[in-house]
Design a binder for this molecule. Structure first.
Ligand code: GCO
Ligand code: CA
Length: 260
């Protein structure tokens, strides 16, 4: 018996066209899952599906915005007809806007909360309706260091990701009895396009993060693979409402002075 085998499972990864979503999708595919990738940009979707297929994974793309509940419902219905049940949902799609709270436009704050918090709610609700009937399912919400900690300029993102952590616990509370495990992954600082602007060599933030991280490096998207497979597989069937932080130790420590 392989506790981590995902063969025969359909895994939907929102925003799975690049970055952490792509790395998670790849991990699930390597464990045997068929991929359902959502995104909003046709050219990125084409490239992503071509990439997955070149690696020999089964992958199909669906273009819709997770914040639009009507579109999301139509697509989930379409996916049920074209592919079948969604066994695993990874709520990965997210955005960040870096702007001091004092000057942030309310419309921008709303937009971040809409994509990073309301979108996962919409998708979880749609997919859980089928999972409840089958008495089986896995939902993985991609949280953040900002689910626990604040930082200058990311008020909306921190509010949304803190909210996503609590949404994870609440959905776990409501749905665990249907054999649906709702958990989260909290990535630390990873080398992706999202962090590219703050990761440049010589940028004070780059040095700050390496100094702040006990593992003394940025995360590689592949560092998420094991946790993603664990939370998507029957290995985690009695794990409910947990956020697993994959952060090189950031949350374990108060940090150290820059001369140590
Ligand atoms: C930032 C970063 C973070 C990371 C990540 C941390 O501006 O501080 O972009 O928000 O992307 O989510 O876990
Ligand atoms: Ca790599």
């Amino acid at each position: 018996m392989n506790l981590f085998d995902l063969s025969g499972k359909n895994a939907m990864i929102t925003g799975g066209t690049h970055g952490l979503g792509m790395a998670i999708a790849e991990a699930l595919a390597q464990a045997g899952a068929q991929l359902i990738i959502t995104g909003t940009t046709p050219s990125k979707m084409e490239d992503a599906i071509a990439y997955y297929q070149s690696k020999g994974y089964q992958a199909k793309g669906y273009l819709f915005d997770v914040t639009n509940e009507e579109d999301a419902a139509r697509n989930v219905e379409l996916i049920s007809n074209e592919i079948g049940n969604i066994d695993i949902l990874v709520n990965n799609a997210g955005i960040i806007m870096r702007e001091p709270a004092i000057s942030m436009a309310v419309s921008d704050f709303r937009k971040v909360v809409d994509v990073d918090l309301v979108g996962p709610f919409i998708m979880a609700q749609l997919v859980a309706r089928q999972m409840i009937e089958r008495r089986e399912g896995k939902i993985i919400n991609i949280c953040s260091m900002m689910s626990e900690l604040g930082r200058n300029t990311v008020s909306a993102y921190a509010a949304a990701k803190g909210g996503l952590k609590m949404l994870t616990r609440n959905l776990a509370t409501e749905w665990a009895k249907y054999n649906i495990q709702v958990n989260g992954i909290g990535p630390g600082y990873f080398a992706t396009s999202q962090t590219a602007p703050i990761r440049v060599d010589g940028h004070p933030f780059n040095e700050f993060i390496i100094n702040r991280t006990p593992a003394a490096r940025w995360g590689d998207p592949e560092d998420l693979a094991g946790t993603a497979i664990f939370l998507a597989s029957k290995a985690s069937n009695f794990v409910n409402g947990q956020i697993v932080y994959v952060d090189g130790g950031i949350l374990a420590t108060i940090g150290k002075p820059s001369n140590e």
